[in-house]
Ligand binder design. Structure first.
Ligand SMILES: CC(C)(COP(=O)(O)OP(=O)(O)OC[C@H]1O[C@@H](n2cnc3c(N)ncnc32)[C@H](O)[C@@H]1OP(=O)(O)O)[C@@H](O)C(=O)NCCC(=O)NCCS
Length: 219
């Protein structure tokens, strides 16, 4: 059981509060965001404090941190906050739903894994990974850091998913695929190729590579 500070004061932070309060042993004690985003001193009845000076109020030796931000800017906003939390000296919790089927213990920190995910044996998941609800993560797969799976994705067995990838709702990825860093798989895409270039976008069935980079798209 840890006393936890959540980064955020919008809907994702509200959801993190819900899941930690209803399905974890942790106690949420405060929220934090950058000073410019603070309009009220509290959020959901708990203190909302500036991230810039967080460690002066909540010592990293006593409190843990959780920053389950969205996929904005291909997960790079969440990755930046994650790194800043580490630099401040915090260690992270991960939330793994009790309603998920998790058959691996190789899951990193700051992960947010919601209900109805099936994670098969011999899967490895890095740090700062979000698996929204209802994904199938096939056996012997590897997921890197700062990755976001939306919902109802089928990642077939033995795939390697690079850092910063984003997988849209209802996408299907063929077994043994290797997704380069920052790959964006569109909603409903059916990836039949087994290798994607870094920062590429794939759409349709069978999925085809878009002309632009995932760095140049707003999600
Ligand atoms: C791939 C994606 C990022 C494209 O975004 P975008 O470039 O802003 O898309 P646009 O709406 O401008 O569409 C550009 C073109 O791609 C097509 N397109 C968009 N998404 C597509 C998809 N998933 N599959 C096939 N074609 C798609 C559009 O029809 C359009 O085609 P056109 O130029 O022939 O008219 C977006 O559609 C997507 O899949 N986002 C993920 C959504 C998701 O999973 N949400 C859950 C969030 S938790």
């Amino acid at each position: 059981m840890a006393k936890v500070i959540i980064f955020g004061n919008t809907r994702t932070a509200e959801l993190a509060l819900y899941y930690l309060q209803n399905d974890s042993e942790h106690e949420v004690v405060a929220f934090t965001v950058e000073q410019d985003y603070i309009q009220e001193p509290t959020f959901h009845g708990l203190p909302l404090v500036p991230f810039e000076t967080l460690e002066q109020i909540y010592s990293p030796s006593e409190f843990k941190f959780f920053a389950p931000l969205t996929e904005k800017n291909m997960n790079r906003v969440r990755a930046r906050v994650y790194e800043q939390g580490l630099e401040k000296g915090y260690s992270y919790i991960s939330y793994i739903s009790s309603h998920a089927t998790v058959l691996t213990d190789k899951i990193g920190d700051n992960c947010f894994i919601l209900e109805d995910n099936t994670i098969q044996p011999y899967v490895t998941i890095g740090n700062d990974v979000v698996l929204w609800s209802g994904n199938h993560i096939g056996h012997h797969g590897t997921i890197g850091d700062h990755v976001f799976f939306t919902s109802h994705v089928v990642l077939s067995g033995g795939c390697q998913v690079g850092n910063y990838c984003f997988i849209g709702v209802n996408a299907t990825i063929r077994d043994q695929s290797v997704l380069g860093e920052g790959t964006l798989i569109a909603m409903g895409a059916n990836l039949t190729r087994q290798k994607t270039d870094p920062w590429s976008i794939w759409k349709g069935n069978p999925a085809e590579k878009a002309a632009i980079s995932s760095k140049d798209i707003k999600i």
